[in-house]
Design a protein around this ligand. Sequence first.
Ligand code: ADP
Ligand code: MG
Length: 283
Amino acid sequence: MILEFKDVNYIYDPDSTISSVALKDINLSIREGVFYALIGHTGSGKSTLIQHMNGLIQPTSGEVLYKGMSLRDKNADLKMIRSRVGLVFQYPEHQLFETTVYDDVAFGPKNLKLPKDEIDARVKEALILTGVDESVWQNSPFELSGGQKRRVAIAGVLAMKPEVLILDEPTAGLDPGGRDEILNVLKRLHSEEKITIILVSHSMEDVAGYADRIIVMNKGHIEYEDSPVQIFRHAEELKNMGLSVPQVTDVLTRLKSKGWPVKDGIITVSEAADEIMRVLGKA
Ligand SMILES: Nc1ncnc2c1ncn2[C@@H]1O[C@H](COP(=O)(O)OP(=O)(O)O)[C@@H](O)[C@H]1O
Ligand SMILES: [Mg+2]
């Protein structure tokens, strides 16, 4: 187990009149090599939860463990843990600041005081993995498109060689092309680099075809943690939480209710197309 939450509660401003409970009784295990999606309505506690994963926020009560060590432990090396558990904030491109793309990605490894060759190797690898074209490595990051900037920001975290990569709504505000680029980068990092991914999103549509497991948050609590197919069986409950099932899942459920012999558990457009063709072929 790479990360564990044990009975974690978190309250913002606990001793004031504006105190608000953001996390309630969180018990969660994050296993190595799994692609997770963390889903929930706005204000459900997603961002608060992930900031506990590398000790940026400490629980009000309960514990977060990294490989069995409590992040509260005096011996916990938070600097090391933050390089192993990489967190990409929402709109990470707002944090780009160096004069070139290359230097921006090199910033973290330089802080680790790594040898120059190692820094260079990591920067290049991270930029290649995120699909940032070599022709712009010496350009200012501010000249890039929104999707490219965001990939540079992700490369900056990857250059730390994390075991876990957590991304807070990484597709927010991108056009469909930029969104697909980012999601495909994550898919590749997971399948080829074996990085554990935690993708925060409020869109079921975005994550359905990518995640191995979906964690659903509702009002500061974890409502479900299961495979996408199992999660989408709870269409009604999800709707009541302000979430939805992927459009194609909805369409197939309706076809089924009208007597079409379609399979359950269809969550992507290509599966849906195949299934509809199969049924039409039979008809
Ligand atoms: N810095 C903060 N101070 C006080 N309350 C906060 C702060 N950040 C978030 N909250 C509150 O905590 C709850 C969870 O928020 P958040 O973790 O940002 O949810 P999400 O990322 O799912 O939108 C919300 O009620 C939100 O208003
Ligand atoms: Mg958030």
